[in-house]
Design a protein. Structure first.
Length: 429
């Protein structure tokens, strides 16, 4: 057996393409669409239900969130305890979540129990009853969490930042008030549930070792007759009303730390510039070795962590730099952020740094397709934008072919200081 020489680094290989497993797409007669991803041989499967039922579609604050959270709290045939016991008995995990655009139900389970799991989910999607006692408990818990969160500078900064970018009546910035909890009742939840958790508004992603029998079971429970009201989902348009004031301070004099957010509205995943923007974001603050981390954390010691994010929603997007710093160095940290933004505009990224970032991003892309559930998550992201899997190959090609000249042009196009909003929650030095 040869001895491994650990003084010599292993050969590296260039990632030329990602082996994308194409989903088997099936349109059922009741308008449900299935994406079946047959990958892996493990006994565990995962099913995701996707609905256009995020905050974008609610007429009353909190309705989309509470409706989503209440789905497993009882049906006309089962109590919340009974549902929980059944999932536990079959070794399944049930999760719900929402984004501003979309609502999700996700269940991971042993493949041999698929029909039993689908039967429970069928009951949840057709017969959720939103019991008053369960709703009262949830509202009380959410109120307590709201009060706790409202004392945190990072929460105050996030709320004010999104409001400054989109306006306080836009779904991407419309945060709830304490009084909104008292306006939630079972009637508004049942109405939202009926209108948006319906067969005509449902996409399903099934991943794992998917068989023809599994696909037939999906059709049996969710692809034949209609469920929900099946009203046409209206295409709602909201106007972005950005604040005319670019700098906002939320005073919290007892805070040792100040939360800082700097950014602006931005393109979303549907724009071809989003590829280059993602690379720039990674250079600036998208990984542990980023410029913001190197400067403001490692060199200056102003913070334990700082990062930047290019957020993509279905109808819009934004770019934001996020950190918490000592109140005594808040302005110094902000000054350094703008220095790093200006560097991206004025200087080309050195080839050595760009190569490092490219390799990091390519590695992250490979990990994003490592296994059926990661592939399913990637599909979920594309479904929101009506994109297909060629998006990821195009993204990979854009990363490999990006030049410092192109990235400098994108930085000058999108990172102008005059477009940036600045929010501080805490004390500004």
């Amino acid at each position: 057996m040869p001895i491994l020489n650990r003084t010599i680094a292993p050969d590296s290989k260039s990632i030329e393409k990602i082996n994308l497993i194409k989903a088997n797409e099936i349109d059922y007669k009741n308008k449900v669409k299935l994406y079946a991803i047959n990958a892996g041989e493990q006994s565990v499967k995962k099913i995701d239900f996707i609905f256009n039922a995020g905050t974008w579609y609610e007429k009353q604050r909190l309705v989309s969130l509470i409706t989503n959270l209440m789905l497993n709290e009882g049906t006309t045939t089962k109590s919340s305890n009974k549902i929980a016991d059944l999932f536990e008995f079959y070794g399944a995990t049930f999760n719900v979540s929402i984004s501003p655009d979309t609502a999700y139900i996700s269940v991971m389970f042993l493949g041999k129990h698929i029909e039993k799991i689908l039967r429970i989910l069928d009951d949840i999607l057709r017969n959720s009853s939103f019991p008053q006692n369960e709703l009262d408990n949830m509202i009380q818990n959410k109120k307590q969490k709201y009060l706790l969160d409202s004392s945190k500078v990072k929460v105050l900064a996030r709320r004010k930042f999104n409001e400054a970018l989109f306006g306080n009546e836009h779904p991407y910035s419309m945060y709830s008030e304490y009084s909104d909890f008292d306006l939630i009742n079972t009637d508004v939840l049942k109405s939202f549930y009926s209108d948006f958790y319906s067969s005509s508004n449902c996409k399903i992603v099934l991943s794992g070792s998917v068989t023809d029998a599994d696909i037939k079971l999906i059709e049996k429970y969710f692809g034949n007759d209609t469920w929900g009201s099946n009203k046409a989902i209206q295409s709602i348009k909201y106007k972005v009303k950005s604040s005319e004031i670019k700098n906002h301070i939320i005073e919290k004099t007892d805070s040792v730390q100040s939360a800082v957010r700097i950014g602006t509205t931005m393109i979303n995943r549907s724009s071809t510039d989003f590829y280059g923007l993602s690379i720039l974001n990674t250079v600036l603050g998208g990984y542990f070795g980023s410029r913001l981390m190197a400067n403001i954390r490692e060199d200056k010691g102003y913070t334990y962590g700082i990062g930047s994010i290019a957020v993509s929603y279905k109808h819009d997007g934004y770019f934001v730099i996020v950190t918490e710093v000592g109140s005594d160095v808040c302005q110094k940290a902000i000054d350094e952020v703008y220095i790093e933004l200006k560097r991206l505009q004025d200087e080309r990224i050195p080839e050595s740094e760009l190569s490092l970032v490219k390799n990091y991003m390519l590695g992250e892309m490979v990990r994003a397709f490592d296994g059926p559930f990661s592939i399913a998550e990637s599909y979920r992201e594309l479904i929101d934008y009506d994109l297909d899997m060629s998006y990821y190959q195009d993204f990979l090609d854009s990363i490999k072919n990006a030049t410092s000249v192109q990235l400098q042009e994108i930085a000058n196009k999108y990172f102008s200081r005059e477009n940036m909003y600045e929010v501080i929650a805490g004390k500004k030095s």
